[in-house]
Design a protein around this ligand. Structure first.
Ligand SMILES: Nc1ncnc2c1ncn2[C@@H]1O[C@H](COP(=O)(O)OP(=O)(O)OP(=O)(O)O)[C@@H](O)[C@H]1O
Ligand SMILES: [Mg+2]
Length: 271
């Protein structure tokens, strides 16, 4: 039987583990020619949490997540993934490490169906027509598994995604990102251009991924709905730097917007 002391020790270890970020970027600088886009930006992402990255146009949000996803190399700073200095220097490195991105344009092929889109570029393909048919069957089984896990069991596997609604397309893009069991998923504007109910559904899907222990980063301008209601922490960026770190439950949309535009330097409620 475990003594009180060992129980206490394992509790402390657990607390320590959840305090250690899954992914941590510190003091990141990135220039494009003479344009200094990131000037010491930082972000931590823990397993099981949703971190919103907000800021005005040009604040550096996309640049920061592109560095995270291996699209851009950073000039200086520190990038740790699972406590190790990251050696991610391309999008395929990021994918292989367990970091997936759902881009704003979703990068779906409209003329292909859900299964083809889910496996685009990484089809389980073998030689010959027979093998191909078997692979398609395997892909359908895996697609159905992942969609069922996302409670999207009713989504058609064979309709071209171009004929689907914005919300359904967003769901397919999310399904594609989690098919390969990532540990961190980055979303760029997941609720933009969606109806209120489709946005709510995407928000609850993102929450269920966090509940499974994934670390989630969401770039969003949807401050008053998604950001304040459906995330855990908010990093506010301005001119390539972090200007506020907020707990979503503690702030109003107005306070977040004030922090974004520099109207209220007092806002810093994160404990
Ligand atoms: N590939 C690039 N080449 C040159 N400049 C770039 C490049 N990508 C971004 N920038 C510049 O870096 C700055 C930050 O851009 P970024 O796209 O990160 O902003 P953002 O916060 O994502 O803005 P938005 O909300 O409009 O998407 C901007 O001044 C932008 O023009
Ligand atoms: Mg952007």
């Amino acid at each position: 039987m475990a003594t009180t002391e060992t129980v206490e020790t394992s509790r402390n270890k657990l607390a320590e583990a959840s305090d250690t970020p899954l992914l941590s970027m510190r003091n990141i600088h990135k220039s494009f020619g003479s344009l200094h886009a990131l000037r010491g930006a930082s972000i931590d992402v823990h397993a099981g949490e949703i971190v919103a990255l907000v800021g005005d146009n040009g604040a550096g949000k996309s640049t920061l997540v592109k560095v995270m996803a291996g699209v851009h190399r950073f000039d200086s700073g520190e990038y740790y993934f699972k406590n190790q200095p990251s050696n991610i220097s391309s999008p395929s490195d990021a994918t292989a490490s367990g970091i997936q991105t759902v881009y704003q344009d979703l990068a779906l092929c409209n003329n292909l169906d859900a299964v083809q889109n889910l496996f685009l570029g990484r089809e389980l393909i073998g030689p010959g027509i027979f093998a191909r048919r078997v692979r398609r069957a395997e892909c359908e089984v895996r697609a159905r598994e992942v969609l069922t896990r996302m409670r999207l069991g009713n989504l058609s596997l064979s309709r071209p995604v171009g004929a689907m609604s914005g919300g359904q397309r967003q769901n397919i893009a999310i399904a594609r990102s989690i098919l390969w069991k990532p540990e961190v998923v980055i979303f760029d504007e997941p609720t933009a251009a969606l109806s209120h109910s489709a946005a709510e559904q995407v928000a609850s899907l993102i929450r269920s991924l966090a509940d499974e222990g994934l670390g989630i980063v969401v770039v969003s301008h949807d401050i008053h709905h998604f950001v304040v209601n459906s995330t855990d922490r908010i990093e506010v960026m301005r001119l390539g730097m972090n200007v506020a770190s907020l707990k979503s439950a503690d702030v109003t949309g107005e306070q977040v917007v004030n922090a974004m535009v520099g109207g209220n330097e007092e806002v810093n409620l994160a404990g």
